[in-house]
Write a new protein. Structure first.
Length: 495
């Protein structure tokens, strides 16, 4: 196998003598760029799919869970464009936080694609009668799209800024973010409550009836403002949790639109605004199309058209995995296409290689301030997600109060390791920044993948024949292989 791989790579990257023929050199560069394009897109799809499925697993969720795909996809971006976009540990950590902080709720929304809004009876913390009402499936699909469109707007803004021609400082980003916040909260406090009765009339009426049943003399708008962000209270009213989630999702979309309007018409940055909007649309498309697995798993239209959903198809798990797979792959494909087109306009047929190598620009060759930032932000986010998720799983599985200390001990050892790097006791080979990012992708994929496969509720019996488990295992294995192939190709070119 190794012989075959080496032979193929050798043939693919064999240097041709020019002999005055520029076409031969052009064909070689074009072939290499296409290979990079393919490898990067497949890696982004598989690794982000793996990470997004992990995001929804036991012990993760919400902002904590979004740190995983946020870290993976951000590192992939900076692996490809790190040298060109002036990578720094600060910006990596900041972007990961921005992707995680805007994560919204969808628990009652992802099943509405079937045309049914359903909830089982709840006994705690407050009794809530179950409900099962029919809605317009198109309304359910649109509600799902809103979840994805408003999922990563601040992260999308920074990506747009990174690829834009004008130079932005931190204040420039803050100005754009202010418009996001302004439009978001105008929507959350006012506009969303006027829009939802039209786009989701059945869900709106359910909450109205729920308020009456519980003896509240107020309309949904008043109820939402009176109990702002009080999730427990919403869950105590039939339709309350769903209404609150829809308001939050729609408000985030309005915030994204407000930021886009300012970027395009206020500061007139067509490139940044276009890329930002495309990323929001990609995430909206990804999370909506992936919902087809839940549509099948829940029984199809009205939850009746597919009376016997296949047992081997885990709808919720595949929905999560496919969301990351599609969103990660399409985002990187779109950015790579943008980079290629932008460079072609400047240099004709001179195709730019996607990885630029600079051996003097080492991620660990930083000033003390930068390394401290790296420890606090980059390694800190990894430690937070790792400890929170793994400790929760260990405690749930084994009911042992001491086992959760294992991940905290591992992180302490890791911190000591970084201190040794800081004082020069451990030295890294002179790898360029983007290959250090590739190493970071490898660490994240392996750690999160192994936690998913070996430290979860399947223990002590491994259900290796489960379809989702096979998909995750194959994704992990192929991601590792692609990372090693990319690393070898780039490192050999850098020598």
């Amino acid at each position: 196998m190794r012989f075959i791989l080496n032979f193929v790579l050798k043939q693919m990257f064999m240097t041709q003598k020019d002999n005055g023929n520029n076409d031969s050199l052009f064909k070689f560069e074009f072939k290499e760029t296409n290979l990079n394009f393919f490898l990067n897109v497949i890696l982004a799809a598989l690794a982000t799919g793996l990470a997004w499925r992990m995001r929804g697993e036991s012990g993760f969720g919400g902002m904590n869970g979004m740190l995983i795909p946020g870290m993976v996809l951000t590192l992939i971006v900076f692996f490809i464009w790190g040298e060109e976009k002036n990578i720094s540990p600060t910006i990596i950590g900041f972007m990961v936080l921005l992707m995680a902080v805007t994560a919204n709720g969808w628990g009652t929304i992802n099943g509405q694609i079937t045309g049914v809004l359903r909830s089982i009876e709840r006994l705690e913390p407050n009794y809530v009668a179950g409900y099962d009402i029919r809605i317009n499936p198109l309304s359910g699909i649109f509600a799902m799209f809103l979840v994805g469109f408003g999922w990563v707007p601040l992260w999308a803004i920074l990506i747009g800024i990174l690829f834009s021609k004008p130079e932005y400082d931190f204040k420039g980003f803050i100005k754009i973010a202010i418009f996001y916040v302004l439009f978001r909260y105008v929507g959350e406090f006012f506009l969303c409550h006027l829009i939802i009765p039209f786009i989701a009339p059945n869900a709106f009426e359910l909450f109205v009836d729920g308020l009456v049943t519980e003896g509240y003399d107020m309309i949904p708008w008043h109820a939402y403002l009176a109990h702002f962000k009080d999730q427990i209270w919403y869950e105590g009213i039939a339709g309350g949790r769903n209404y609150a989630a829809m308001v939050s999702n729609l408000a985030s979309c309005l915030g994204a639109i407000g930021a886009w309007l300012y970027m395009k018409y206020g500061i007139k940055d067509k490139v940044a605004s276009s890329l930002m909007m495309k990323i929001n649309l990609i995430f909206g498309f990804a999370i909506t199309v992936s919902d087809i697995f839940l549509f099948i798993n829940f029984g199809g239209l009205w939850r009746e058209s597919i009376p016997n959903p296949p047992e081997w198809l885990p709808g919720w798990s595949l929905w999560e995995y496919s969301t990351g797979f599609i969103a990660g792959g399409l985002t990187i494909a779109m950015l790579l296409s943008h980079s290629r087109k932008n460079h072609n306009r400047k240099n004709g047929k001179d195709i730019e290689l996607q990885q630029r190598i600079n051996l003097d620009n080492n991620l660990f060759d930083m000033k003390h301030k930068d390394l401290f930032t790296f420890l606090l932000i980059f390694a800190g986010l990894f430690a937070y997600g790792f400890c929170g998720g793994m400790a929760s799983r260990l405690e749930k599985i084994y009911s042992n109060p001491y086992l959760p200390y294992i991940p905290y001990t591992l992180i302490a050892v890791g911190f000591v390791f970084y201190v040794l790097v800081f004082i020069g006791k451990i030295k890294f080979p002179p790898l360029p920044k983007n290959l250090n990012c590739l190493f970071g992708i490898l660490v994240n994929v392996v750690v999160w993948g192994l936690i998913y496969l070996f430290v979860n509720h399947y223990i002590p019996v491994f259900d290796w024949l489960g379809s989702m488990r096979i998909i995750m295992f194959v994704s992990l294995l192929v991601s590792i292989i692609i990372i090693l192939v990319i690393f070898k190709l780039n490192f050999e070119r850098a020598r």
